[in-house]
Design a protein around this ligand. Structure first.
Ligand SMILES: Nc1ncnc2c1ncn2[C@@H]1O[C@H](COP(=O)(O)OP(=O)(O)OP(=O)(O)O)[C@@H](O)[C@H]1O
Length: 312
C-alpha cells in the first residue's frame, strides 16, 4: 500500500494562482521521499493538502490508505508533522510542549527520551520562547516524533539547523525509516536530500516534473561523466576526442576536462593522457544533484513538461 497517493491533485488560489497542477504522486510505505523544488513550486501546498489544512480544487488524496478529507482524525493520530516555520508557545517549556503532544496523541512516550533524542536534553525545562531557531526546530521535530507515527511529514526540516543538527536529524530519519516509518520531507538543501532519500520528486511551477532515485534521475538525464586532469603541459597532438566514448574535451591552461558517455571511459582518458605527459592530479566528478535540479527546474530537460519516473 502507498503511504501517500495523490491523483490529478490540483489546487488553485483564486483565479490567478495555480499552486499545484494535476500532481500524481505515490510514496511507498517505509520510503524516505524528498520533495524538492524552488520557492513557490507548490511543495507546502501539497503538504497542506495531505494534512487537510487546504482543500484541493480537484483530484483525490489518500494518506496511509485513508481519505485525506474524510478520515482526518485518524490520519492525524498516525502521522507526525513538522510544519514550515513551526512556532512555539513562548511560556511553555520544551517538555510541556511534548507532554501536550503525547497526551493529544494518547501516546506513552517519555518526554525526556524525546528531548535527548533531538539534542535538547539540557534545555527541556526552559521556556521555549527563549529557544534559538535551531532549538525551536529541534523541538518541532521531537513533537513530530511523538507517538511513533507511521508517517512523518516534514516541511523544510533542516531549516535553522547547524551542520551537526542536520546530521543528527538525518540519522533519526534513517533510523525511523529502518523501523518502517515512511518519511516525506520537503527541502531546498540538495545535499541533504541526496544523503538520506530513497527517492526524490522535483516540483516546478506546481507540476511534479520528475520522480525517481537520485542515481536513476541522473542516469535519465544523460549529462555525461566528466573527468578533469591537471598536467605539466598539454601535448599539441593530444586527441582525446578520438577515444570511443569521449563526448567533448575542454582545455584551460594545464587543465584538461573530458566528458565521457559513461564512467567506464574515464580510465582510457587517464591512460592516454598519462602516456603523453605527466599527470599531476585527477578529479573524477559525479553529476551533482544540483545540476540535476537545475536541469529540471530551468526547463533544460527535454521531458521537463511531462513527469518522468526513473527507477534504479
Ligand atoms: N494561501 C494562499 N493564498 C494564495 N496563494 C497561495 C497560498 N498559499 C500558497 N500560495 C501560492 O501558491 C504557490 C505555491 O506556494 P507553496 O508555498 O506551496 O510553494 P513552496 O514550494 O512550498 O515554496 P517555498 O519553498 O518558498 O516554501 C505560490 O505561488 C504561493 O504564492
Amino acid at each position: 500500500m502507498a503511504a501517500i497517493e495523490t491523483t490529478a491533485l490540483t489546487k488553485r488560489f483564486g483565479e490567478d494562482v495555480l499552486a499545484v497542477d494535476s500532481v500524481d504522486l505515490s510514496v511507498e510505505e517505509g520510503e524516505i521521499f524528498g520533495f524538492l523544488g524552488p520557492n513557490g513550486a507548490g511543495k507546502s501546498t501539497t503538504i497542506n493538502v495531505l494534512l487537510d489544512f487546504v482543500r484541493p480544487t480537484e483530484g483525490t488524496v489518500r494518506v496511509l490508505g485513508l481519505d485525506a478529507q474524510a478520515d482526518t482524525d485518524e490520519i492525524r493520530r498516525r502521522i507526525g508533522v513538522l510544519p514550515e516555520g513551526a512556532s512555539v508557545y513562548d511560556r511553555l517549556t520544551g517538555r510541556e510542549h511534548l507532554r501536550w503532544v503525547i497526551e493529544t496523541k494518547d501516546a506513552d512516550d517519555d518526554p525526556t527520551a524525546l528531548l535527548e533524542r533531538v539534542g535538547l536534553g539540557h534545555d527541556g525545562d526552559r521556556p521555549a520562547g527563549g529557544y534559538s531557531k535551531g532549538m525551536t526546530q529541534r523541538l518541532g521535530f521531537a513533537m513530530a516524533l511523538a507517538g511513533d507515527p507511521d508517517l512523518l511529514l516534514l516541511d523544510e526540516p533542516s531549516s535553522g539547523l547547524d551542520p551537526t543538527g542536520m546530521q543528527e536529524m538525518r540519522e533519526i530519519i534513517r533510523a525511523k525509516a529502518d523501523d518502517g516509518t515512511t518519511v516525506f520531507f520537503s527541502s531546498h538543501v540538495l545535499g541533504e536530500v541526496e544523503a538520506v532519500c530513497d527517492r526524490i520528486g522535483i516540483m516546478n511551477e506546481g507540476r511534479l516534473v520528475a520522480t525517481g532515485t537520485p542515481d536513476a534521475l541522473k542516469g535519465d538525464l544523460d549529462l555525461g561523466a566528466p573527468i578533469t586532469l591537471e598536467v605539466d603541459a598539454v601535448p599539441a597532438d593530444l586527441d582525446l576526442e578520438a577515444i570511443a566514448g569521449v563526448r567533448s574535451v575542454a582545455v584551460d591552461g594545464t587543465t584538461i576536462t573530458a566528458t565521457c558517455v559513461d564512467p567506464s571511459v574515464k580510465a582510457d582518458v587517464v591512460c592516454t593522457v598519462a602516456d603523453a605527459t605527466a599527470v599531476t592530479d585527477v578529479l573524477s566528478e559525479d553529476v551533482s544533484l544540483e545540476e540535476l535540479f537545475n536541469t529540471y527546474t530551468n526547463g533544460g530537460h527535454p521531458d521537463a513538461e511531462t513527469p518522468s519516473e526513473a527507477s534504479a
